[in-house]
Design a protein around this ligand. Structure first.
Ligand code: NAD
Length: 353
């Protein structure tokens, strides 16, 4: 067996239907008395109910989280946390809300209790991102890793059908790249493969019936494992492309991941045969990139960058930026084949065999 490094990070997980009822006890367990609860404006109602269940342990609610953590919002939230003398943050939401919690934890070192309501996986990572002057800067710091994560499938039934599917594909993308990462290791690969398998089973069930709680639980379990995979192994070409498309061309996060994934996998196919074999086995397909494409077609998600706001005239610029400082990737990242990949994703073409 080849040599490898593995880093385990401490994180307590409470998983299961109705587990949100255990939040007050979890706040008590970390010794906090003045929680600041964070959310997006769209989830203010859910968060109001969660806050009410915490009674006197809530110091306040800040419901202005938006995508990509603009520095102005982070600064405002930091001021509110300081004015309220908050001693922990409870994030109830997707990656945008968890991200806001991380931005405050970064400067205050206070603990985060995360209650994820999408499949983005940020609650399992030491990765944070803050956007200033139109550019998102990311980094890693163990202070931003949530101390406790409460996964309650009930809180995800309201996640709309399409976002459920694209968010699930975002999670699968973490595991796909962990399986062929230059920092990969057998432990992370186990979790990555199981995460892909769980999501590939659950997502079509959710597409058929969004209030199927068994399927919602399966997807959340898969998302957890994929989040660990994202944290445990460096990401590659797919994540680089999505950062470029989201950061420089303002495309929506989960949809972009979903559309680009089969094409990035096709790009890497011959350079990462073992990873592709494991992915194909996890989704029950002959070919990994085609299997992912077929799964997405079945889920009814957008399949073309053209449909989510990308301009054809920007494809060359995107390929140029993505080749500038590429992430480590199994296959060399070169302009012409990357442009071909982006054109395929733009038109939503099925990956070639
Ligand atoms: P999001 O958090 O932006 O949520 C999208 C929308 O869905 C929001 O309007 C939100 O209020 C709503 N929503 C969330 N859960 C819902 C529910 N259960 N019911 C109804 N509506 C719900 O989307 P996301 O895809 O989870 O997160 C994307 C962001 O997270 C990006 O900025 C991305 O860069 C970041 N991210 C970071 C990491 C990391 O490790 N740091 C990992 C993954 C994603």
């Amino acid at each position: 067996m080849r040599s490898f490094e593995y880093n385990g990070f401490p994180s307590r997980v409470i998983f299961g239907l109705g587990s949100i009822a255990r939040l007050p006890a979890e706040v008590e367990l970390i010794g906090a008395k003045r929680a600041l609860v964070l959310s997006t404006p769209e989830q203010a109602d859910t968060v109001g109910r969660v806050a009410a269940s915490l009674g006197a342990r809530v110091a306040g609610v800040f419901d202005k989280a938006v995508t990509h953590v603009p520095v102005e919002i982070a600064q405002e939230a930091r001021r509110v946390a300081s004015d309220l003398d908050a001693d922990c943050f409870i994030t109830v939401g997707g990656g945008s809300t968890t991200g806001l919690g991380k931005a405050i934890a970064l400067t205050s070192s206070l603990p985060i209790l995360a209650v994820p309501t999408t499949y983005a996986g940020s609650e399992m990572t030491t990765i944070y991102g803050i956007t200033a002057d139109g550019a998102k800067k990311t980094g890693r710091d163990v202070r931003v890793l949530p101390k406790t994560v409460v996964y309650d499938p009930q809180l995800t039934v309201s996640l709309p059908r399409t976002l459920s599917a694209t968010s699930g594909m975002n999670a699968i993308a973490h595991s796909v790249e962990a399986l062929y990462s230059h920092e990969g290791n057998p432990i992370i690969s186990l979790m990555a493969e199981e995460g892909i398998r769980a999501l590939a089973v659950a997502l079509p069930q959710i597409a058929a019936d969004p209030i199927d709680l068994e399927a919602r639980g399966g997807a959340l379990y898969g998302a957890w494992l994929c989040g660990v995979a994202l944290n445990g192994a460096g990401m590659a070409l797919h994540h680089k492309l999505c950062h470029v498309l989201g950061g420089s061309f303002d495309l929506p996060h989960a949809e972009t991941h979903s559309i680009v994934l089969p094409h990035a996998m096709r790009y890497n196919r011959d350079a990462a045969p073992e990873a592709m074999r494991r992915i194909a086995a996890a989704i029950g397909a002959e070919d990994a990139s085609q299997g992912i494409y077929d799964l997405e077609a079945r889920l009814g998600v957008p399949m073309r960058l053209a449909d989510i706001g990308m301009k054809k005239t920007d494809l060359e610029e995107a390929a140029r930026i993505a080749t500038e400082r590429p992430y480590a990737n199994p296959r060399k990242v070169e302009y012409e084949p990357l442009l071909a990949l982006l054109r395929d994703a733009y038109d939503g073409r099925r990956p070639s065999s």
